[in-house]
Design a protein around this ligand. Sequence first.
Ligand SMILES: O=C(O)c1ccc(O)c(O)c1
Ligand SMILES: [Mg+2]
Length: 615
Amino acid sequence: MRTSIATVSLGGTLREKLAAIAEAGFEGVEIFEADILAHDGPPREVGAMVRDLGLEIVAFQPFRDFEGMPEPQRARNMERARRKFELMTELGTQNILVCSNCSPRSLGGIDRAAEDLRELAGIAEGFGVTIGFEALAWGRHVSDYRDAWEIVRRADHPRLGIILDSWHILSRGHPVDAIRAIPADRITFVQLADAPRLDMDLLQWSRHFRNFPGQGDLPIARFMEALDATGYDGWLSHEIFNDRFRMASPRRIAEDGERSLIWLTEARRNLPPRVKPERVEWVEFAVDEEGAQKLGALFRTLGFAHVGRHRSKQVQRWAQGAINLVLNTDAEGFANSHHVVHGPSVVALGLRVDDAARALDRAEALRMRTFRQPVGPGELEIPAIRGLGGALNYFVDGQSDLARVWEIEFETLAPVPPGPLTGIDHIAQSMPPEEMLSWRLYYLSLFDFETTPQVDVVDPAGVVESMAVQDAGRAVRICLNSSQSTRTMAARFMSEYFGAGVQHLAFATADIFAAVAAFEAAGVALLPIPENYYDDLEARFDLDPDLADRLRRHNVLYDEDESGRYFQVYTGVFAERFFFEVVQREGYAGFGAPNAPIRLAAQTRLAAHFAMPRS
Ligand SMILES: O=C(O)c1ccc(O)c(O)c1
Ligand SMILES: [Mg+2]
């Protein structure tokens, strides 16, 4: 199958859109009429520009309000079509998309529509043009692809086929099975769009909220299976109407689109399998000497020990349980550059996966950016790709020397203390709102991940959109947060930090009260939680009075639902941007969303201070 995208999916001028589409690796483009009308050059020039970029024009579109018109509109429509066919000859494209009629003047009737389209196809033949008929979900008489197919079938003209658009079919919940019976050579081409599930007017939903497969909630996989059953091997063309996409960089959106199509057709492309995450092996911070001392002191109070020293670089390993935190103060290399730009920050995540080399291959196939830097003698070349905000994701595994990274690259200074913190529960990343869907697609396409529904969390300065990506076994959970406001915690993090990145790390413990007792003994300043919260907690849940009292005394947040119970505490904020959380899960599946507004308000109150540990 060949990949294409409609110009309407991107912002920018036609020239910018086409350049971005070509650069992202698409082979074809659907040209929207509005882009021609707004372009300051003849259609012939647009055609040449497209071909110079190595692209093919899959179709010209849309041609509206055609079938079922009474006279004199019917004859006018035939004339209007001739003019568009001439324009198409100039452009150098064969296919025109005719979408079903929305005009209140249109008349129903399958045979009438078939006759109109047969006549149109006859005219089109003289121009070497093929008509593709598409049912719009809000069409006046034709709003179901099964009716569109019956019309095309009855019209029975070699210059007429059907266009299947996943959005119009899936948004209305139409069964996809009937697609299997359509002969592949009668499918002019296929349009793809996903969307979040929204309970709203179809037209508004379609024109403003479509997104790429991998970014929405529609059952696109089922659509693709039905399409595959036909043997269709033609164009797959994204057609995304989305206000945020048009505001964003056309290059980023085009890249996402190509990635979405590669992911969707991975079986045919023999992509290496989805990467199975096994755990977060380490989190690496880029800091200067002073930052390393402060962060190291905080780690110590949280129960970590400085257990290793890199054999050749200024890099420390701190550990506890299965958690490894790396402090990189090296004066050279990527971490240093990252520190110069972002200040104290998470520069890399080390992810243990099933097969690190294959993970890199898959990332490359998905056109992700790989990263290499010179390795010293005896050091490992650890596969890495660029992730959120330009930080790195390293891959290690249990089947190569990468399994022994700590032993090979680090000199042991002390044994790893056993607890009370046992592992990394989740990693929270903040990003600008227009990038949220890009990162969702990045994670979903690369890893064997699923997503949670998006939730809105109230921050004192605005709303934060939040969703998580995680594997079925919950070995790795990553929360993605963004907000439109410039003053929410998530937004302030990004302005302090100069970009998107990891904002907090949540450690797992099997005994939150033991962890808190250890922190209190070590002088960790935990985030104070207001009394009102606990009064409400007691009202909402049937809490054991002793438990309620302990929660209250130790600033522990609590939630429970059908899945189980959840306990959370937070440290103060490090370097005005970064903090740690400790959680205890008893079967609980979520992330404590009901507590997030309480936590955000408490952090906002504290934001003026640096809540550093007493040393
Ligand atoms: O929103 C529309 O009008 C429109 C036009 C052409 C399409 O292919 C489509 O899916 C929607
Ligand atoms: Mg369409």
